[in-house]
Design a protein around this ligand. Structure first.
Ligand SMILES: [Zn+2]
Length: 97
């Protein structure tokens, strides 16, 4: 097996693995707060205490994976490009204006 074939096989395996990860689990832990959703503070007596909510994930502790974000972008562009598909019905409870 040539090294070029081996390298392309490894790239294909990594790409398919990441694609299946994004399909099966589209949300990953926030990298800033490690999935906690908030910081951990230490009080003056040394006890641990909940800190402020994470500003990056807004306290959820989860983030959308990059692969899933790219897939969602592709899907949105694909759906907007369809000219023969009927328009989705107006959302009855959406804000006006
Ligand atoms: Zn966070």
């Amino acid at each position: 097996m040539t090294p070029l074939l081996l390298a392309s096989a490894c790239l294909l395996i990594v790409t398919l693995g990441y694609g299946s990860l994004c399909a099966g689990s589209p949300y990953g832990d926030c990298r800033r707060c490690h999935g906690m959703g908030h910081a951990i503070k230490r009080t003056r007596s040394g006890a641990l205490k909940r800190g402020k909510d994470c500003r990056r994930c807004h306290g959820h502790g989860k983030r959308l994976r990059i692969g899933r974000r790219l897939y969602n972008l592709w899907l949105r562009i694909y759906r907007e490009g369809q000219t023969d598909a009927p328009k989705p019905a107006a959302r009855p409870f959406a804000k006006k204006g």
